[in-house]
Write a protein that binds this ligand. Structure first.
Ligand code: HEM
Length: 457
């Protein structure tokens, strides 16, 4: 059945060059270009990346239509399928009934009560890290946040205490992977690259490093399980659930390659995003000392000098609003895409099968139609009722619909607990002469780290 009305027409959009369409303008400045398109052409902008038709959607209803109401008509975008191909058939990249089964298997590890149990590890890890910080020291705080969130995800979900050398290895490998998606078409337009250029060779080496680590984790857990006579490796975390899972028809367990894909996906999706959120939050606080003061007042009142715990979360309302506002202005997932499987209509425009759709949190979260003073960092907007009437998808840092981020509660809790734990002991100030750049890679990273001066409180 066709859902396309006869009067539907093509959306407006900027003219591009004959050969590459709008790809070069996009490549030059991902965030600026998408923002200009949305402001100039409205809720649906037509673009072309070489020969690929791309529509940018910038209305909450359209985003909801794709993610929720008609989600079965969309799969992950072509660019993401290629660029995230190294994640194999993990949760982020698989589709259809296979994805649904894997999601059902992993879900219990992310249930609210389960996630609450991870709180203690989060606070302890943050305390251990801040105990190594020195007053007056200048540090790349982004690097510290990456290490901290990686340590937490590895420990809580896979039961693995990572060693210092492994942090270095993983950090180096991730930087190489992120670099590949900066510039050119970013995540949305990747040419499969089999040619052994220096960049490709570095990329393959980075993947080998991560694979060696992850297969090591899996082998280690299988060995412990066998020694104890337990199929799940003897733990009660996500890895154990995956190891214990059996196919309903064949009774077989998951092979090492599938386990590798799931573990790699969670390790990557589960730490860099939250680390970015925290890094941008530290920067925003350094630039808004009056907001930082209000944060400190709340911490003093609620915690009375002790470290935070799960039970404090409902009282740390201002801390929570800071995280929400930081995720609005600097959404770690700054845009993501889908491909239309069948023809459909969005906003009165015909969307032929095969069209690539981009939805950008960066653009939507800064839209003046929905946010008063959209560029201003104002956590109060989440407390004073001014955002209570927002349409659902004017704010979607974690996506939505069936593919909503599985780690949403984990990440929200982690961000609030780490912020509260560290802010109890330190103020962070931008290092003199520091120029932080935005690097919209797979996630929205600071370009060359986030160098800050630590001030003991
Ligand atoms: C601030 C932190 C985070 C942000 C902003 C974020 C954002 C997102 C977004 C936007 C999606 C949807 C992508 C799409 O629909 O194409 C997603 C999916 C996903 N996220 Fe997160 N995420 C965060 C933290 C986490 C954490 C902590 C974990 C795991 C521990 C995680 C694991 C995943 C996984 C596995 C998926 C794929 C889910 C599926 O398709 O079934 N994320 N995330």
């Amino acid at each position: 059945m066709s859902v396309v009305s006869p009067e539907s027409k093509l959306p407006p959009g900027p003219r591009g060059s004959f050969a590459t369409g709008n790809l070069l303008d996009y490549t030059r400045d991902h965030l600026g270009f998408l923002t200009r398109c949305a402001r100039e052409y409205g809720d649906v902008t037509r673009l072309r990346f070489v020969n690929v038709p791309v529509y940018l959607l910038n209305h909450p209803d359209h985003i909801e239509y794709v993610l929720v109401r008609n989600n079965r008509n969309f799969i992950k975008s072509r660019g993401e399928r290629v660029s995230l191909g190294f994640l194999g058939q993990g949760l982020l990249t698989s589709e259809g009934s296979f994805w649904r089964r894997q999601r059902r298997l992993a879900q219990p590890a992310f249930h609210r009560e389960r996630v609450a149990a991870y709180g203690e590890v989060m606070v302890e890890s943050a305390e251990r890290m801040s105990a190594t910080w020195r007053d007056g020291e200048v540090r790349d705080v982004h690097r510290d946040m990456m290490r901290l969130t990686l340590e937490i995800v590895a420990k809580t979900l896979f039961g693995v205490p990572l060693q210092p050398a492994q942090f270095e290895e993983i950090g180096g490998a991730l930087a190489v992977i992120a670099e590949r998606f900066t510039g050119r078409g970013g995540v949305f337009f990747q040419v499969p690259e089999r040619i052994p250029t220096p960049g490709n060779l570095r990329f393959r080496q980075a993947l080998r490093t991560l694979d060696a680590l992850i297969y090591g984790i899996i082998r280690g857990r299988r060995a412990t399980g066998e020694a104890d006579g337990e199929e799940d490796g003897g733990g009660d975390d996500l890895l154990s659930m995956l190891l214990a899972a059996r196919d309903e028809d064949t009774g077989e367990g998951m092979g090492d390659k599938q386990l590798r894909d799931e573990v790699m996906t969670i390790l990557l999706a589960g730490h860099e995003t939250t680390a970015n959120a925290l890094s941008w939050t530290w920067r925003l606080l350094a630039r808004h000392p009056e907001i930082e003061d209000t944060l400190h007042e709340e911490l003093k009142e609620v915690l009375a000098g002790r470290p935070p715990a799960i039970g404090d979360l409902s009282w740390l309302r201002y801390t929570d609003a800071i995280v929400k506002e930081s995720l609005r202005l600097y959404p770690p997932a700054w845009a993501f895409g889908r491909e239309a499987v069948g023809d459909c209509e969005i906003g009165g425009y015909h969307v032929p099968a095969g069209t690539q759709l981009i939805m950008s949190q960066w653009v939507m979260h800064r839209d003046p139609r929905y946010y008063e003073d959209p560029l201003k960092f104002r956590p109060e907007r989440w407390l004073d009722g001014s955002t209570s009437m927002l349409p659902g998808y004017a704010y979607f840092p974690f996506g939505g619909g069936p593919r909503l981020c599985i780690g949403q509660s984990f990440a929200k809790m982690e961000a609030v607990l780490l912020l509260a734990t560290i802010a109890r002991s330190f103020r962070l100030r931008s290092a003199p002469g520091e120029r932080v750049t935005l690097r919209p890679s797979i996630t929205l990273r600071p370009g060359d780290g986030m160098w800050m001066v630590l001030q003991k409180r």
